[in-house]
Design a binder for this molecule. Structure first.
Ligand code: PMP
Length: 439
């Protein structure tokens, strides 16, 4: 009998025993094509010798040193490498162990920034519906996914949620994409004015929405207008690139494609590529300076921040992404994947929308293409699709999301950047067969 507390208490998942490039292998020898990199984690595949060697070397030299006493070479090197390749103005890196820790730290840093600046009345955070920022209480409060939030409501922080930029469902007939992007961004200004501009500390959003919606990119101009609005009212812009960052969308930081630089940006998943648990919160020189010249101490921390072995893995991963041209490869293979998905599912009666950037692709499933009516939640389409794909030997990431009470099913595709053309064919074929079995 197992003593593991599993994710789903009613399932006994197979035991994973090996990884080979884009494949995972279970104890029976069955191979699974990792079409979603777990949850958009495994950007380098599963057996990258350079990353394993970097981890071994660091563990041999120094596995851990507590940041209450020391910094370490790998942590310093990773911070330098990230800042050298980060959006304009980003200057400091706070290394944590995962995505929720990064977003939680971002929320607390934004708050402390305003306290240090002498504006303690700025304590309100605005985020978006149809978003996920992590599962710790602060991060969960910032997220807008009703299903994940529901039973924890009494514990959650009071955070405003505006409509997301979700062209497939929220753009009006006859409205251009650009006009829609501006209208969607206007929701932020409206909310800032409603709350009172001098009470708002920050706005938090995923540049390309991942887990709750299936790779929804913003409309052109949306984030530029968001940046303008934040600047107009002195509100900090926090971008959550935990899922869409680290090359996944075809640029190292997803926001590069929107021509904006945030005040704080969170990364994780692809940063460690699954080889070590690591995330990071990066902030501007200005925010750092406010803390440094104020109390001099960020009132936050966890035992494993700046973990040397995890940092060595992160440094090896980011070096691999840059030195091997893998970010460009994510862009190129992403175009090929989009073509294949379009050929296979473009006319599918239950596919409402195909979207995404780079190797971050989403398929929105609908009961009816014309009315865009979602499937009845009781059908559990996302769960059945996950199971059917798994049986075929394909790992993909179907889920259901909510927006204003409506549930919709999506599939997220986010394979390793090393994926070959033949494996893109395999992915599309297996997904097609799984869809045929379910809808
Ligand atoms: N933010 C985003 C955008 C995410 O997709 C996730 C994880 N799915 C998180 C935060 C939380 O990351 P973690 O699971 O590593 O805590």
């Amino acid at each position: 009998m197992s003593h593991i507390f599993p994710r789903n208490c009613r399932q006994s998942p197979p035991v994973a025993v090996g990884g080979d490039g884009c494949y995972l292998i279970d104890a029976s020898g069955k191979r699974y094509l990792d079409g979603s990199g777990g949850a958009a984690v495994s950007c380098l595949g599963h057996s990258d010798k350079a990353i394993v060697a970097a981890i071994k070397a660091q563990a041999d030299t120094l596995a851990f040193a507590h940041t209450g006493f020391f910094t370490s070479e790998p942590a310093e090197q990773l911070a330098d490498l990230l800042v050298a390749n980060a959006p304009t103005g980003i200057d400091r890196v706070y290394l944590v162990s995962g995505g929720s820790e990064a977003t939680e730290a971002a929320i607390k840093l934004a708050r402390q920034y305003w306290v240090e600046k002498g504006e303690p009345q700025r304590g309100k955070l605005i985020a978006r519906k149809q978003s996920y920022h992590g599962n710790t209480i602060g991060a969960l409060s910032a997220g807008g996914n009703e299903w994940r939030r529901a039973q924890f409501a009494p514990l959650l922080l009071d955070i405003s949620h505006i409509d997301p930029c979700y062209e497939y469902r929220l753009r009006q007939d006859g409205e251009s994409l650009e006009d829609y992007g501006l209208r969607a961004a206007q929701a932020l200004e409206d909310e800032i004015l409603r709350l009172g501009p001098d009470t708002v500390m920050a706005f938090m959003a995923e540049p390309v929405v991942g887990a709750t919606a299936g790779a929804v990119p913003p409309a052109p101009g949306y984030f530029k207008r968001i940046r303008e609005i934040c600047d107009r009212y002195g509100v900090l812009l926090i971008l959550d690139e935990v899922m869409c960052g680290m090359g996944r969308t075809g640029t190292l930081f997803a926001c590069e494609q929107d021509g904006v630089a945030p005040d704080i940006v969170c990364i994780a998943k692809g940063l460690g590529a699954g080889y070590q648990p690591i995330g990071a919160m990066l902030c501007s020189a200005e925010i750092y300076a406010a803390i440094e010249s104020g109390s001099g101490f960020f009132q936050h921390g966890h035992t494993y921040i700046g973990h040397p072995t995890a940092a060595a893995a992160g440094h090896a991963v980011v070096s691999a992404l840059l030195d091997r041209g893998l970010v460009q490869r994510a862009q190129q293979q992403g175009e090929k994947l989009a073509e294949r998905l379009n050929d296979r599912f473009g006319q599918h009666p239950h596919v409402g929308d195909l979207r995404g950037r780079g190797l971050f692709r989403g398929i929105e499933l609908v009961a009816d293409r014309d009315s865009k009516a979602p499937f009845d939640p009781s059908q559990g389409v996302a769960g059945k699709l996950k199971k059917a794909a798994f049986e075929q030997g394909l790992i993909c990431y179907p889920m259901s999301g909510t927006i204003d009470g409506r549930t919709g099913d999506h599939v997220l595709i986010a394979p390793p950047f090393i994926i070959e053309d033949t494996q893109l064919d395999e992915l599309t074929d297996k997904l097609g067969r799984a869809m045929d079995a379910v809808i």
